[in-house]
Design a binder for this molecule. Structure first.
Ligand SMILES: O=C([O-])CC(=O)C(=O)O
Ligand SMILES: [Mg+2]
Length: 288
């Protein structure tokens, strides 16, 4: 299976003894840059998928087809393992199956399925959770849908900030019992909460957005956190860069006087230009 080695790399992070930060990736350019900089894996967040593909906030309007297609583009562009935020699996447990099939063939190294009720329910100001039973059923469906057993399936819960830390633990233990490969927590607010979760479970932990007291990598390592997200600053920085350049052009700055443009060396590296040139020479008879 062509994507197996990517999945095994993600597995070795989860079974290893260090906590790593993923690069935030969302398209062919961002994954190549993350790979070139030596990130051990990429995180493809649902929020950045919505932003990159639709220009929308994270309100579950993106479709599975769009998400998988964006993943496919990244898989073609680089071989960095990518953990995909597959939200709620785009429906019920049957839809979760389909989600796993699509993301597996698109080359994801792993994916997370969360127990948040998505899209948001009518008349509810706050996020809601599906039942533990339905959540566990979704995890079971995801595991069962794998054609490649090396694909990583992570059970994700935001219960820590939606219901309670005890509920987060109950859910995590239920997802562990079903056989997921790791646990992804969002909404953990303190060291005491992380320690409670780590003590009550045994699988490797992925930590979503977390406060400053949960940023020391040695501490996280000691709590079995193997992947710690750091938000999605790259797409935010790209937004600012595009704004600045468009604004300068709109205000009459000549293209040659623009600031913040990449040197040709960087653009060429991102395009893998040397490889394309070599291939053109071989296959099209063009000069190197
Ligand atoms: O997975 C992540 O990176 C956090 C998240 O839910 C998102 O960005 O949609
Ligand atoms: Mg998300």
């Amino acid at each position: 299976m062509a994507f197996r080695s990517r999945r095994e790399k993600l597995r070795s992070i989860l079974s290893g003894s260090a906590c790593v930060h993923p690069g935030s990736v969302y398209d062919a350019i961002s994954i190549r840059i993350a790979e070139d900089l030596g990130f051990p894996l990429g995180m493809f967040g649902g929020s950045v998928a919505s932003l990159a593909v639709l220009g929308d906030p994270d309100v579950t309007l993106i479709t599975l087809t769009e998400l998988a297609e964006q993943m496919r583009r990244m898989s073609r562009a680089a071989s960095l393992p990518v953990l995909v935020d597959a939200d709620h699996g785009y429906g019920n447990a049957l839809n979760v199956r389909r989600t796993v099939e699509e993301l597996e063939t698109a080359g994801a190294a792993g994916l997370t399925i969360e127990d948040t009720l998505l899209p948001a329910a009518f008349g509810e100001a706050k996020a809601q959770l599906i039942s533990l039973e339905e959540g566990a059923g979704k995890m079971k469906a995801a595991l069962d849908a794998r054609g490649d057993s090396s694909l990583v399936i992570m059970g994700r819960t935001g219960a820590a900030s939606i219901t309670s830390i005890d509920d987060a633990i109950r859910r995590a233990r239920a997802y562990e019992a079903v056989g997921v490969d790791g646990l992804f927590f969002t909404g953990i607010k303190s060291r005491a909460e992380l320690e409670a979760v780590a003590a009550a479970t045994r699988l490797p932990i992925v930590l979503g957005g977390a406060p400053d007291e949960l940023s020391a990598i040695d501490y996280l390592t000691g709590q079995r956190v193997r992947i710690a997200l750091q938000g999605h600053a790259p797409i935010a920085a790209a937004t600012q860069a595009i704004y600045d350049v468009q604004k300068a052009l709109r205000e009459g700055t000549p293209p040659k006087a623009l600031k913040g443009l990449p040197p040709a060396e960087l653009s060429n590296r991102v395009m893998r230009e040397a490889e394309v040139k070599a291939r053109s020479a071989d296959l099209l008879g063009s000069k190197k």
